[in-house]
Design a protein around this ligand. Sequence first.
Ligand SMILES: Nc1ncnc2c1ncn2[C@@H]1O[C@H](COP(=O)(O)OP(=O)(O)OP(=O)(O)O)[C@@H](O)[C@H]1O
Length: 252
Amino acid sequence: MTLLSVEGLAVSLGGRAVLQDVSLTVDKGEVVGLIGPNGAGKTTLMRAILGILPHHGRSSLAQLPPRARGRAAAWMPQSREIAWPVSVETLVALGRTPHLSPGQRASAEDRAAVDRALARMGLTAFRQRIVTALSGGEQARVLMARALAQDAPLLMADEPIAGLDPAHQISTMRTFSALAAEGQAVIVSLHDLGLGVRHCTRLIVLDQGRIVADGAPASVLTPTLLRDTFGISAWFEVTPQGPVFQPLEVLE
Ligand SMILES: Nc1ncnc2c1ncn2[C@@H]1O[C@H](COP(=O)(O)OP(=O)(O)OP(=O)(O)O)[C@@H](O)[C@H]1O
């Protein structure tokens, strides 16, 4: 079942074409890693897909009215700034907003979704802590939990594992796999190609605003693509412990 369909998406910023002719579909069960060098257009693509950036072309999500969009897709932006000194639980509960009418109180179902999200991000013991008094990585996990509490079929997350310790990076990627196994889908932008190879079912590579590869991780990360798009060489092997990818050198 298709959860997202994008056709001919294009974005210009400051008079410059930042995204050009992007078409893709995402089905339930997929963990799609969006990769590419700095400035390739990953954030721009996700924001255009969500309809929070003016664009040309068609995104099935951007066409929805705001409340329906909030139930169809959850969004964790790259920015980690949290302005209000509220409890972790209060902030995560904001993820339920698209499910509530104005003034409606949270139901048992809403509270269960918040509990599940806190548990998934290892935050149950943090629920009464004040968010602004947490470390950067802890705050990132709270924002991830807020997106998870939204319980939307599609989760879009912009560099959600940046700044997390290795254990939480792996467990967050495993959470994405678990969501996909439950019938949701995830689009996640990443710079860690090793984690992308191990945990994504599919990688989409953006370079200068265009998709240059889209497919199974092992078929996408060829030496030629790594050289031409990322300017690196890498070691890549399928081992009994799963695929292992390690960037080696910057190529001249
Ligand atoms: N408001 C803006 N005006 C002009 N150019 C912009 C604006 N916002 C972003 N850009 C440019 O658009 C391009 C794509 O930016 P984007 O943030 O989508 O890249 P990214 O792939 O997410 O990068 P990173 O990996 O560094 O987060 C960049 O070259 C950036 O400089």
